[in-house]
Structure formats: structure tokens, C-alpha cells
Design a protein around this ligand. Structure first.
Ligand code: SF4
Ligand code: SF4
Length: 61
């Protein structure tokens, strides 16, 4: 299982991670990317790779 957390203060709202996620578990909320439930994350790390500000933190639990 994986845990995806997105640092709000680092996110610039570009939406790249939302587009990149193959299972659509990242959403934009008030201009910031949010992953409220990463239980369906497949661990591809695409969100980490595309983020220009290193706002996405990926953890394998
Ligand atoms: S690691 Fe892959 S599946 Fe998981 S949230 Fe990021 S883009 Fe989506
Ligand atoms: S790719 Fe990074 S900066 Fe862009 S919306 Fe996602 S978390 Fe925010």
C-alpha cells in the first residue's frame, strides 16, 4: 500500500499530477492538488515524476 501526500505550500496548482495519475485519485481543490484516499494507488510514482515543485511525497507502507 502507498501513501501520497501533497504539500499544499509547495503546490503551484499546475495540475500535472492530476493528468498523470492513471487511477485518477488526485484532484484539484481550491487550486491545490489533493489525494484524499491513496488506497487505490498503484505505486507508479508518475505524480512525483511530473511535479515541478517536488510537492508530492510518496511513501510505501
Ligand atoms: S503513484 Fe501513480 S497511481 Fe499513485 S497517486 Fe501517483 S500517479 Fe497516481
Ligand atoms: S504537479 Fe505538483 S505543483 Fe502541479 S498540481 Fe501536482 S502537486 Fe501541485
Amino acid at each position: 500500500m502507498y501513501l501520497i501526500t501533497i504539500k499544499e505550500d509547495k503546490c503551484d496548482g499546475c495540475g500535472e499530477c492530476v493528468e498523470a495519475c492513471p487511477v485518477n485519485i488526485i484532484d484539484m481543490v481550491d487550486g491545490k492538488a489533493v489525494c484524499e484516499d491513496s488506497s487505490e494507488c498503484i505505486g507508479c510514482e508518475s505524480c512525483v515524476a511530473v511535479c515541478p515543485t517536488e510537492a508530492v511525497k510518496f511513501q510505501e507502507l
